[in-house]
Design a protein around this ligand. Structure first.
Ligand code: PHE
Length: 449
């Protein structure tokens, strides 16, 4: 039988799929968010919880997403519908795909704002703005940016356009080309920065902060944050990996493919932490500084160190590249769906979606200044979109995907598609049927207090 193909294209090889999915996974979540939530939640115990979530919940769900996409070779909504029909079950499960598209739009809106800050910081770092700067000055620069909607709008717009341009190029000429250029650049920058950080005085302290274990530091709230982050960082629960899976070349074991992606993503997060915390400690700064950690403490630290201007510039370049490859993957599932469903051209779908997410992004950047008074559930627009997606929508999308793959799709199909050994498949099945849904539900319920 002829292999089914996606109408959008197919990755040139299994490695391109791995790199593209890693490009989606490695992003602001790893370099900006992971260090600051680790800092806010006390370090070691939080890191351990995060690792457990990646392994027990993230990896099995990622396997499910890849094989669902690959079997149907369609965008998430249509892929789920097709597999449900194949199993003679309700096609209502496709709501999952709808929720995912919504989550993608919501995430992009605040993601692009932060990525815009990063672009602004590449320029600031490169021009030596932070050389010798005090933390007061760095704080002023960052708060100055937050209070300046015009500058934020400019960079948010630049980033949104960069992203849309790649998505317009399509799977091979856009996504794959970006992957081939940006991913090697990302790894080179990362290794250089790690080498730099290993020579700083605070390395041992930074290492200890991330890996010492103190159970008393754990709270249910921290567990929810770790869980939500494991979905966010692996790009799970919203259809991104499903969409990318639809472009995967012929059969290959999904187990090792997914583990490679998860390991690469985790390694980058840990390296980002190991690059950031030593610099923080070497300069006696506060690891719990929150979202400003990367934008305030780090520039000061770089500004006081030899070679800091160039390494600081490279650091923000790295973050920018990582954010770009992730942002592309936030739009792709919805663009693919619009092309399939409404028969729009890719150009039209990308531009229309781009304008929508760009406009919602404006409400996020205004949350720091003109609209800072406006709050829903006690949160401004930016925090609300971040919280609702990472801590609610992605875990929910994730459990539903697990239940769908474990209970709705037949065992025969999942065994055939994952192409893993029968024993491993039994473990996988047990995890998606019981472990992942139950664990996520418990964390949800305990947080409802
Ligand atoms: N995984 C990306 C990051 O860590 C964010 C992302 C989430 C991308 C969901 C796509 C889908 O930054």
């Amino acid at each position: 039988m002829q292999e089914k193909q996606s109408i959008h294209g197919t990755w040139a090889s299994r490695w391109i799929f791995i790199l593209a999915a890693t490009g989606s996974a490695v992003g602001l979540g790893n370099i900006w968010k992971f260090p600051y939530i680790t800092g806010e939640n006390g370090g070691g115990a939080f890191v351990l919880m995060y690792l457990v979530c990646i392994l027990l919940v993230g990896v099995p769900i990622m396997m499910a997403e890849v094989f669902i996409g690959r079997r149907a070779r369609k965008s998430p909504i249509n892929a789920i519908t097709e597999l449900a029909q194949e199993a003679n079950k309700s096609t209502k499960w496709s709501i999952l795909g709808l929720m995912g598209m919504l989550a993608g739009v919501m995430i992009f809106s605040f993601y692009s704002v932060v990525a815009g800050w990063v672009l602004h910081y590449i320029a600031l770092m490169g021009s030596g703005e932070f050389v010798g700067a005090s933390s007061d000055k760095a704080g002023e620069i960052f708060n100055g940016l937050l209070g300046d909607p015009k500058t934020m709008l400019l960079w948010h717009t630049v980033f949104a356009i960069m992203t849309v341009v790649v998505v317009i190029g399509g799977v091979n000429k856009g996504l794959e080309r970006a992957t081939r250029i940006l991913m090697p650049a990302l790894f080179v920058l990362l290794v250089i920065l790690l080498g730099y950080s290993a020579t700083t005085d605070g390395f041992a302290e930074g290492f200890d902060f991330m890996f010492h274990f103190d159970a008393s530091e754990l709270s249910w709230d921290a567990v929810l944050i770790a869980l939500g982050h494991s979905f966010f960082t692996l790009s799970l629960g919203m259809g991104t990996i499903m969409a990318y899976g639809a472009y995967m070349p012929k059969k290959a074991s999904i187990g090792s493919t997914v583990i490679t992606i998860a390991v690469l993503d985790t390694v980058v997060a840990l390296i980002a932490g190991l690059a950031i915390f030593p610099i923080i400690f070497a300069n006696n700064m506060d690891p719990g500084a929150g979202p400003g950690l990367m934008f305030v403490s780090l520039p000061v630290a770089f500004g006081q160190m030899p070679g800091g201007q160039i390494f600081g510039f490279m650091f923000f370049l790295l973050v920018g590249v990582a954010a770009w490859t992730s942002a592309i993957s936030l739009l792709e599932p919805t663009v693919a769906y619009l092309v399939e469903k409404l028969k729009w051209s890719r150009v039209k779908a990308s531009i229309i979606l781009g304008v929508i997410v760009w406009a919602i992004g404006i409400s996020c950047l205004l949350a720091f200044n003109e609209w800072s008074e406006f709050k829903l559930f006690g949160k401004n627009m930016f925090d609300l979109l971040d919280y609702a997606t990472a801590n609610i929508m992605l875990p929910l999308g994730g459990i539903l995907t697990a239940l769908f793959a474990g209970w709705v799709v037949s065992k025969k199909v999942s065994l055939e598609e994952t192409a893993i050994s029968e024993n491993l498949h039994t473990v996988w099945m047990f995890t998606v049927r019981f472990v992942a849904p139950i664990a996520v539900s418990i964390v949800f319920v305990l947080n409802l207090k």
